[in-house]
Design a protein around this ligand. Structure first.
Ligand code: ZN
Length: 461
């Protein structure tokens, strides 16, 4: 029996559950975003519990195909109605302000203000979560019911925020084991006032680190990464590229506090030891587990599992993102998550670590060529020419500008083509695996080819 398994047996679920709820409640009001003081304060509080190394990377630093963005720090933001009453105020809820809103102070009629207001007609009592990281704008989010009740007249909007050169911040906690081989647990820290996505992931990761730190004679080294989603993982990969040969297993922690069943999204290859370890761990705990194949969007698996890196990273959640009505709204609050669910999630992660400690580990054979998907006999095959992380499609005019009902499907088709174009999978294979029409996959490949992101197999780069 590994010492990690002993720690699992000894886990006091009630105390751990309460402690995770306390941490979630402590972090809940902090206005986090991709960058800025909210992330720093969050990391400061995590550092009171586990050893944390904080990294700052300056604005403008190139990372893979991307650049570290400007730093955003909101201070005050509100809308006054024609009678002078503050009808929307960032001080009441962080979600009221669109993330990365530029500063503004204006008076304007309702019809001009309207395009800057976001609501959810289907869920009229809730505030949506919106950001605009890569396109400069400003905006507010509010319950649809409130939006509908706004009288005509002149409004005053005020956003005091800085959007300027600074840095992007992330934190890492490394627990060295007897081997330098690493297990990565990654949680995104860019979401403001939202509990399940992703204070639950942060709380479970912090408590897993605490539990593992207390275990003597661990075989693996464990690295906990608390970084903004997308660009944070891209930056981490860019900075750690030369030491990825010690990377053995990875899990992305999110949506771990709701009462739903566990879901595991397999790594890109789908047959890594981590994929087996999660299934064995959950079975050992007697927990139901829904297992799903990899798809190239979601959380930071889209970066870790880009074809150039193709790291063994899976996503272990309870109800996945987008599949609960509270997702990305003000209803994802502290009442939506619970101590018992969090404690069960912590046990699932600890059991997975125990399974890895007891598994074959280093003796795992390297991937056979063209594993992880069937090879077709025919059909065009391409190579992703920017295979490390996701290429920035927006900068190349490939994201958002197309409009129409097919746009979302087209964007997803591009992600599939980029992820699977390693010279082995044909467009037929990609259409089959993605479940998208061949025509859409073919269109996406053509657009990516025109943008210089895709080459025919065998062509010079
Ligand atoms: Zn989210």
């Amino acid at each position: 029996m590994s010492t990690v398994r002993q720690a699992l047996t000894a886990l006091g679920r009630e105390t751990a559950g309460r402690s995770m709820m306390d941490l979630a409640a402590e972090l809940y009001p902090i206005p986090r975003s991709l960058t800025g003081d909210g992330v720093r304060e969050t990391l400061d509080r995590i550092a009171r519990r586990i050893p944390l190394q904080v990294h700052e990377l300056p604005t403008g630093t190139p990372v893979l195909d991307w650049t570290v963005p400007r730093e955003w720090n909101p201070r005050e933001a509100w809308i006054r109605d024609p009678s002078g009453r503050r009808v929307v105020d960032f001080a009441d809820h962080n979600l009221h302000l669109v993330g990365y809103s530029a500063p503004v102070h204006r008076r304007l009629p309702l019809n001009e203000l309207r395009p800057h207001l976001h609501s959810l007609p289907e869920q009229p009592g809730l505030i949506p979560y919106r950001t605009s990281y890569y396109e400069e704008t400003w905006g507010f989010c509010l319950p649809h019911r409130l939006l509908e009740s706004l009288p005509d007249g002149e409004y005053e909007v005020f956003i005091d925020a800085s959007l300027e050169d600074g840095s992007m911040t992330w934190g890492e906690c490394l627990l060295p084991g007897s081997s330098a081989e690493e297990v990565l647990v990654s949680a995104h820290v860019c979401h403001p006032q939202l509990a399940n996505d992703n204070l639950s992931g942060i709380a479970v990761a912090v408590h897993l680190a605490e539990a593992l730190a207390a275990v003597p004679d661990r075989r693996y080294s464990y690295r906990f990464l608390f970084a903004p989603g997308g660009i944070g993982a891209i930056a981490w990969l860019a900075r750690n590229r030369d030491r990825l040969d010690s990377f053995r297993h990875g899990l992305i922690a999110a949506n771990l506090g709701d009462g739903g069943a566990f879901h595991y999204k397999r790594s890109r290859r789908g047959d890594h030891e981590i994929d087996r370890a999660v299934a064995a761990a959950l079975a050992g705990l007697g927990e139901d587990l829904v297992t799903e194949d990899f798809f190239p969007f979601g959380y930071d698996e889209r970066q870790y599992c880009s074809p150039g890196f193709d790291l063994p990273v899976g996503v272990l959640t309870r109800t996945p993102w987008g599949r609960y009505p509270e997702y990305h709204t003000s209803a994802d609050d502290l009442s939506f998550i619970g101590a018992e669910a969090l404690a069960g999630s912590l046990a699932a992660y600890l059991a997975t670590a125990a399974a890895l400690e007891e598994g074959p580990g280093a003796s795992e054979s390297p991937p056979a060529v063209a594993e992880g998907g069937r090879k077709s006999a025919g059909g065009r095959r391409y190579r992703n020419l920017e295979p490390f992380g996701e290429p920035q499609l927006g900068r190349r005019g490939l994201y958002g500008g197309l409009g129409g009902a097919g746009r979302k499907e087209f964007e997803i088709a591009m992600l599939w083509v980029l992820n699977q174009s390693d010279g082995e999978h044909s467009l037929d294979d990609i259409a089959e695996r993605s479940g998208l029409p061949f025509e859409r996959i073919s269109e996406a490949a053509e657009a990516l080819r025109e943008a210089g992101l895709l080459g025919r197999k065998g062509e010079p780069e």
